[in-house]
Design a protein around this ligand. Structure first.
Ligand SMILES: [Mg+2]
Length: 213
């Protein structure tokens, strides 16, 4: 087992995140991709999204130095926007408390589409224990491949907790059950509200794991 959590929309949110991503690329590429460009991207990880935008703009795939440059520019934008006294992230306090309670009992991971340093920054802002391992968006990996990396060498049952259809799809591709946060992913799985209490998260995780063969 690990129990894996997505970050954005699952543990909290950083409302202007996609604006900052486009601005960061604008700094690097001499013009920001539009919201429409972003909407045309497949995939749910930073590597997939920035690679798709790079192909649209330059007609060739993103390379790893280009991804590192994006990560640095994006971190700078986030640090400036979410500095003390600036914009405030929204933390889902009950879900976060439940995550920490679960992490006291067994393996818990953050598996997110954010580039690794951006994931570190957001996790710090949300007050997530640095001892909880983090797996952010790596070059040439989609979300399901990241989940499989987190599961490597661990026995089941596993679980992915997420807020979007792409999280459910990745869980299914990785052979994991899914627990939804918020209303965006209908289906037969359990769903918790963003303001659910820690007890409710822990109970829903336990019930999902017990129902998993
Ligand atoms: Mg999410």
């Amino acid at each position: 087992m690990p129990i894996c959590f997505d970050l954005d929309g699952t543990l909290g949110h950083f409302s202007s995140g996609f604006v900052l991503l486009r601005e960061a690329l604008g700094d690097l590429w001499g013009g920001a991709p539009t919201a429409e460009d972003l909407g045309r991207c497949g995939g749910s990880t930073d590597w997939e999204i920035v690679d798709a935008l790079h192909r649209m703009r330059f007609g060739r795939p993103l390379d790893e130095p280009g991804y590192a440059a994006y990560e640095g520019a994006c971190i700078a934008r986030f640090e400036a926007a979410f500095r003390p006294g600036g914009q405030e992230a929204v933390a889902f306090q009950g879900i976060l408390a439940g995550l920490h309670r679960l992490a006291g009992r067994g393996p818990v991971w953050l598996v997110s589409g954010n580039a690794p340093r951006l994931l570190d920054f957001k996790a710090q802002v949300l007050g997530i224990d640095p001892a909880i391992p983090r797996l952010g968006s790596l070059p040439h990996h989609d979300r399901a491949t990241l989940l499989k990396l987190a599961l490597r060498g661990c026995g089941g049952p596993h679980l992915y907790v997420g807020d979007r259809p792409h999280d459910l799809a990745a869980a299914q591709a990785a052979g994991m059950p899914f627990l939804g946060i918020g209303p965006a992913v209908p289906g037969g799985h359990r769903i918790l509200a963003q303001d659910a209490a820690a007890d409710h998260l822990v109970a829903a995780v336990e019930a999902t794991l017990q129902a998993t063969p």
